[in-house]
Design a protein around this ligand. Structure first.
Ligand code: ZN
Length: 242
């Protein structure tokens, strides 16, 4: 069984299509939130994700912001501008879809959240200290998160009772050992200085995490963002992957 693990698509249809093509046939797809925000294709991305087989999709903080469920005062001005643009351009049926997404799910011995098991929508797992604390907030052998846009693995070291940070190598199939938190990176806005779309294939029976990167036509996305007057900083960052 092959399960497509995607997160932080951020309304980037070109990156999403590249990932789907590169992944090949999958039995299911788990999407860890932030379908919209930043990019020019919010409706198209929601519709495309919904076509994936046996889809499980979670809500992310940008999805919640677009729905008006959270204050966007803490967002920087450009992020706020992108939220407002998305609110103005999102079809009501697609807003309804986002509104019904869960914050947390449990499937095949995996806990799924956007941010962290402790605060599913909001908390960032950016360091081993925060990651270590979060192991107390889920019971399954594995947890999959997105949100930081950084492909990483936090592996709990039972002896030391703390987590080690592992940065996986592209194209490397990792044999998963409990307990661990996996982040597939971001499809539509990678932030590890590698502009290629980031995702993973999870094989539950074999306990394999196949972490992958795929190039896509960044310029075409930037052209659409320009045409919609989306913030220049968001347009530029796609080229450098930050
Ligand atoms: Zn995000």
């Amino acid at each position: 069984m092959r399960i497509l693990i995607i997160s932080d698509i951020h309304a980037n249809l070109t990156a999403l299509e590249a990932v789907i093509a590169d992944a090949g046939e999958v039995d299911a797809a788990w999407c860890l939130g932030d379908l919209v925000g930043y990019g020019p294709d919010p409706n198209e991305c929601i519709q495309r994700v919904r076509q994936l087989p046996n889809l499980l999709c979670l809500i992310g903080n940008h999805d919640a912001a677009v729905l008006g469920q959270i204050e966007i005062d803490s967002f920087n001005p450009e992020a706020r501008q992108a939220v407002v643009w998305t609110q103005q351009n999102l079809a009501s049926a697609n807003a309804d879809y986002l509104r019904n997404l869960p914050e947390r799910a449990l499937l095949n011995s995996v806990t799924l959240v956007h941010g962290s098991p402790r605060q599913p929508v909001w908390e960032y797992l950016l360091d081993t200290r925060t990651a270590t604390q979060n192991f107390a907030h889920f019971e399954t052998p594995f947890c999959f998160v997105g949100h930081s846009h950084l492909p990483v693995i936090y592996q709990l070291n039972a002896g030391r009772r703390s987590a080690d940070l592992i940065i996986p190598e592209t194209g490397h199939q990792i044999t998963m050992a409990p307990r661990a938190i996996f982040n597939p990176g971001s499809v539509g806005q990678p932030r590890d200085r590698d502009p290629r779309a980031s995702y993973a294939i999870f094989e539950p029976e074999e306990h394999i995490w196949d972490y992958r990167r795929v190039p896509y036509d960044v310029t075409s996305v930037q052209d659409r963002m320009q045409a919609h007057d989306l913030p220049a900083r968001h347009i530029h960052r796609l080229s450098g992957g930050w």
